[in-house]
Design a binder for this molecule. Structure first.
Ligand code: LAN
Length: 704
């Protein structure tokens, strides 16, 4: 096994997998993350292999185990992979720019792609559990080939057969067209224009880029730069071979402009609107007559924004997509400059090794998010005082991760306040997020119950509350990173074909409920804070919003976790924290909904199809411990009067716990934009434990 040569290095949340020629003594963290031993069989110091019989034993074992796999710098590291469209962008960028990845990395990437190939048809999908499509298959195929896998290697051959049986690569969605065009294996004529002059539109216009969801904005920023510059790989022998392998007709005979709206039905999730098609054809005409002077101006302007994003995030960038496109832009503009190498160094932050090989993560990690939840779950057990070192280190991580300042000239670059906010991952990344700030606040305040903690000051917590107050939308809810800045109809311009709701930042039940909880907690600690009136008012508006989006059946749809159990957990916790009476119709309806979804095995389990279809879909196999954790937390938070369904859920959780206190990794549990799933590997250790702790407090009140 080559994984024994790897070990995780951490520094203030930065995670880098390092390879060494000689085998190393693996740490508990490495063993846990790489599954170097059969899951459930490891016994970090203090853990034993006697399976828990009671909730109290299960809590103690879960706490002991998870505290042993905390990283040195105080956070919990985990696998944040899942999407399949990220790694190809990285490998293609490296190929075009001539930046060579270490051989040990390349080997692990190949292993990952092969492990994750769908065995039945030889393809790959949008994420690790998705059905095969052209986007997934063409990009992984190209990646394998760029990493040196020959065309007649069996996995490559099978993938090619899948592509050919489904009409070849011409019908790849637009983001795939973009990557293949930069690689010189798709013609730029085959893309709808990505007009860079857009960036010069004044903010007053409702369609101005400054109003888009930051992820959409930060992806189309460098994409429009590359499109304007037509940055394209040299015509190497391998590129020539790929041109032959990817299509079922002769490359030179393909009518490229006819492919612009050709999207394979396997891939289609979000069809273009007629309006978008009309605009695209108009832009096509504009491309032929555009002014060279204006284009140059727009190129310079966008590059300045790209540079700003690079510098503000220490070259990590907001996400995996703009990370590598920005790197390509820097190379286009400056060649292999010092800034290019700063980019290359930060590729490591996204590359994650797991038992299935090396992948590119959906972010530079979920460090802060997981740590904040872990702290809250640990505190609720009532035994955190038995783990002072662990809790102190977690507090330290929280402390160093709060964003110290606003970004300079934030208005020019469309940035929101960040002073006092918490990010999702690390302070170097630094983009503020509403609910990450909320969970940061909640966990910072929860830690105040431990006498040995040197807590984050209430002034600093108030800075976080300030960010939350500024982020509340007109509808009373909270979006993810920024306010909702544009009208809903902007979604009609969504060009992505594979994602829903990417154009603007919407109010979400998760973000809203987390912000309400954070402020409710803050007002208990600082009842006479000068802004208390505003805080109370904000909470009230938030409650109204949450009620307004509750579905007829009592549930809330989740946007960032799978799915209705996740959304409903937030809905209930938000209302309860705000002081909503437990017999309010909203809470009763929500609990009824959850109870109606309980399965024969005592747990809850949703399929990712819940998100895709926006209707509750039971998991095709069994209940899932994380869904069960969310459902139980909700019912207990609402003090659901019937103990029986709760007890059955708790029994289910205990039955799934390994003897050493760890829990099994089950199906993928996170999501974005409704269609792409993403892994949160720490959730299995957090939510079952949290539910058990609440059960103990509510019913058993046993001292552990
Ligand atoms: C994330 C990760 C964290 C997540 C939560 C904090 C959990 C959520 O409550 C709010 C939204 C947020 C911040 C979020 C938004 C979308 C992200 C950034 C991701 C799911 C991680 C990856 C994803 C990003 C958009 C992936 C790249 C794809 C594009 C369509 C640009």
């Amino acid at each position: 096994m080559t994984q024994t040569h790897w070990s995780l290095k951490v520094d203030r949340g930065r995670q880098v997998w390092e390879y060494s020629e000689e085998k190393k003594e693996a740490t508990d963290v490495d063993i846990h993350l790489l599954l170097l031993k059969e899951p459930g069989t490891t016994t970090p110091q203090g853990c034993d292999l006697n399976k828990a019989q009671t909730p109290q034993e299960a809590i103690l074992k879960a706490f002991q185990y998870f505290s042993k796999v905390q990283t040195e710098d105080g956070h919990w590291a985990g696998d944040y992979g899942g999407p399949m469209f990220l790694l190809p962008g990285l490998v293609i960028t490296c190929y075009i720019t001539g930046f060579k990845l270490p051989e040990s990395t390349e080997k692990e990437i190949i292993r990952y792609l092969i492990t994750r190939q769908n065995p039945t048809d030889g393809g790959w999908g949008l994420h690790i559990e998705a059905h095969s499509d052209i986007f997934g298959t063409a990009l992984q195929y190209v990646t394998l080939r760029l990493l040196g896998v020959p065309a007649d290697q069996p996995n490559a051959k099978k993938a090619r057969e899948f592509l050919h049986a489904n009409g070849g690569t011409v019908g790849i969605p637009s983001w795939g067209k973009f990557w293949l065009a930069t690689l010189n294996v798709y013609d730029w004529e085959g893309l709808n224009p990505i007009p860079i002059e857009f960036w010069l539109l004044p903010y007053n216009l409702p369609i101005a880029p400054g109003r888009w969801w930051c992820h959409c904005r930060m992806v189309y920023l460098p994409m429009s730069y590359i499109y304007a510059r037509k940055t394209t790989c040299k015509l190497t022998d391998l590129v020539k071979e790929l041109r032959k392998e990817l299509y079922i007709t002769d490359y030179d005979k393909i009518n490229w402009s006819e492919q612009r709206n050709n999207i394979n039905k396997l891939d289609m999730y979000n069809p273009h609107t007629t309006l978008l098609n009309i605009i695209n054809s108009t832009l096509g005409a504009y491309e032929k007559v555009h002014s060279g002077w204006l284009r140059k101006k727009a190129i310079d302007y966008t590059f300045e924004h790209i540079r700003y994003e690079d510098e503000q995030t220490k070259y990590i960038d907001i996400g995996p997509v703009n990370k590598v496109i920005n790197m390509l832009c820097v190379w286009d503009r400056e060649g292999c400059s010092p800034n290019f190498y700063k980019h290359a160094d930060r590729l490591k932050d996204y590359l994650w090794l797991s038992n299935d090989g090396m992948k590119m993560q959906g972010y530079n990690g979920s460090q802060l998010w997981d740590t904040a939840f872990t702290i809250q779950a640990f505190i609720e057990t009532g035994i955190a005082n038995q783990f002072p070192e662990c809790m102190k280190k977690a507090n330290e991580y929280l402390d160093i991760s709060q964003v110290p300042n606003d970004s300079p000239n934030m208005d020019v670059y469309h940035r929101h306040f960040s002073k006092g906010a918490w990010p999702f991952s690390t302070v170097d990344h630094g983009w503020p997020i509403s609910d990450c700030t909320a969970e940061g606040i909640k966990s910072a305040l929860a830690l105040r119950s431990l006498s040995f903690i040197d807590p984050i000051s209430l002034e600093r917590v108030a800075d976080g509350v300030n960010v939350i107050l500024t982020l509340q939308n007109k509808d009373g809810g909270w979006a993810s990173y920024e306010n909702k800045r544009g009208p809903n109809w902007l979604e009609k311009f969504n060009p992505s074909e594979v994602f829903h709701n990417i154009m603007i930042d919407y109010s979400y039940v998760e973000c809203s409920a987390a912000c309400i909880q954070a402020m409710s907690s803050f007002r208990k600690y600082a009842p006479s804070h000068p802004r208390i009136k505003e805080i109370n008012h904000s909470i009230q508006r938030g409650v109204k919003f949450i009620k307004s989006i509750q579905r007829q059946d009592g549930s809330w749809i989740g946007s960032w976790g799978i799915c209705f159990t996740y959304g409903t957990w937030f809905g209930i916790e938000g209302l309860v924290a705000a002081g909503e009476p437990l017999n309010s119709p909203n809470i009763i309806k929500a609990c009824k909904f959850l109870v109606s979804k309980q399965r024969a095995d005592g747990g809850w389990g949703e399929s990712f199809k819940s998100n895709v279809t926006k209707n509750y879909v039971q998991h095709p196999e069994t209940s899932q411990i994380v869904n069960t954790g969310w459902a139980l937390l909700s019912l207990m938070s609402a003090k659901y009067p019937d103990r029986e369904p709760i007890e059955r859920g708790i029994k289910f959780l205990i039955s799934r716990q390994y003897a050493n206190g760890d829990f099994p990794q089950e199906s993928i549990i996170g999501v974005f934009n409704f269609n792409c799933m993403i892994s949160y590997s720490n959730y299995k250790n957090i939510f079952p434990l949290w539910a058990l702790a609440r059960y103990n407090n509510l019913y058993l009140k046993n001292k552990l």
